[in-house]
Design a protein around this ligand. Structure first.
Ligand code: ZN
Length: 410
């Protein structure tokens, strides 16, 4: 007898099957095509599919001195609302996570207030000694200035001494300084430099939010097995034209011309990770030029809508937001397998709804997709065997825990 049995359609090995998942003590104990008995049974109805809990490897949850923009509490509520069961927190906070003391403070904050499970990061800039002491789940390096302004002056040195997998924001400092609009060359040059270092050092590197045709081509051509990369939904679905019509869409790296967007889709099957780069700001900060778009509560729905339009498969979402994040970042306790955490994202592919930022849990109550009608919605989120979100309502208290990360293999 299991604590909980989840019955319905689920994806396994790329195929949709009807069956039951037996859960006890928050772990998956059995995945079966037959009937299982549980103290509690949740029957997932027709038209809905049980996906493994989706993971967003790139979110900015602010907090600390920027509680007006977002807190760990509101940001992780937004995550479970959007169907994300694990978030990777970025360290360019105010103050930034550059030392052990700030890392410990961040850790304590997540332990108290996170609604989703989480990975903790550490910002590297000539401080590898502290990075080793902190022992984060992943490390972040900015090659050029972004929100927070802290960037590495010696990328190769910082990357070579990082004690684990590095996520890099690749935009070239010099080009940015001369061209504040951040042309494609800023990203392309930085990506090439990062690839050169990766080829030489042969250690795990994840290139964040790739947005240019030449950028993605360079990565794919080099094809280094220890290098992964992310693409955001906004770079997949929006272009510079959208930004020209709406200054709120300022983001780093910026929205690009159609040819870049097309290149991302042409290589869609080879994109390892989709991540939101959720970057909440207040309306006042946006007005004074802050870069970033909130994304946690729209990303999965946008991808489901695209499934309905024949642009991708449901299994692509699982691959890029569950299977690959688990593999690349070496997450030991996640995966749709016996013994792993019972995290699930239940989606209704047929549900039609309209994006209303007023209904968001993030403090950034605006969206590039405001008013957009989407077909496909996250209806239930389960974290370690408990329903934490159902039909837009957050049901439990914060109970997110830190992931069990290996070293990451990219
Ligand atoms: Zn970011």
């Amino acid at each position: 007898m299991y604590d909980l049995v989840l019955k319905g359609k689920f994806l396994t090995g790329g195929k949709l099957i009807e069956g039951s998942i037996g859960v006890s003590d928050g772990k998956i104990l059995r995945v079966s095509t037959g009937e299982l008995k549980g103290e509690e049974t949740i029957q997932i109805g027709r038209g809905k599919v049980i996906l493994p809990g989706l993971i967003d490897v790139h979110v900015h949850l602010r907090d600390f001195d920027q509680r007006k923009k977002e807190t760990v509490e509101t940001g992780t509520m937004a995550a479970v609302h959007g169907g994300i069961t694990t978030v990777f927190d970025m360290p360019n906070t105010q103050p930034p996570v550059l030392d052990v003391k700030t890392f410990e403070r961040r850790k304590a904050l997540f332990e108290r207030t996170a609604y989703a499970d989480y990975a903790l990061s550490f910002l590297i800039r000539n401080n590898c000694g502290d990075a080793v002491k902190a022992g984060a789940d992943f490390y972040k390096i900015f090659m050029g200035a972004s929100t927070g302004g802290v960037f590495s002056e010696d990328f190769e040195g910082d990357y070579s001494c990082a004690p684990g997998i590095v996520s890099v924001h690749a935009e070239d400092t010099e080009i940015i300084a001369q061209n504040p609009e951040r042309p494609p060359e800023a990203e392309i040059r930085a990506i090439k430099r990062a690839l050169n270092a990766a080829e030489k050092l042969r250690k795990p590197l994840n290139i964040c939010h790739v947005s240019t045709a030449d950028g993605i081509w360079a990565i794919l051509q080099r094809n280094l097995p220890w290098v992964s990369f992310e693409v955001t939904p906004h770079h997949l679905f929006l272009t510079r034209k959208d930004f020209e019509g709406n200054p709120l869409l300022k983001v780093y790296p910026p929205l690009r011309d159609e040819k870049h967007r097309r290149a991302l889709w042409e290589n869609f099957s080879r994109i390892p990770l989709i991540a939101s780069d959720h970057a909440p700001h207040t309306p006042e900060d946006k007005e004074s030029g802050a870069a970033g778009i909130p994304g946690l509560e729209t990303e999965v729905a946008l991808l489901l809508d695209a499934v309905n339009r024949g642009m991708l498969e449901l299994s692509d979402i699982v691959e890029k937001m569950h299977t690959n994040p688990v593999k690349i970042f070496g997450i030991m306790n996640k995966g749709l397998e016996v013994g792993k955490d019972a995290d699930f994202t239940v989606v209704d592919l047929k549900r039609e709804w309209t994006v209303k930022p007023d209904d968001f849990y993030t403090k950034a109550k605006w969206s590039p997709w405001e008013g957009r009608k989407l077909k496909g919605k996250v209806v239930i989120t389960l974290l370690r065997g408990r329903i934490v979100m159902e039909e837009d309502e957050i049901l439990e208290k914060p109970q997110g825990v830190r992931i069990n990360a290996g070293k990451g293999s990219a």
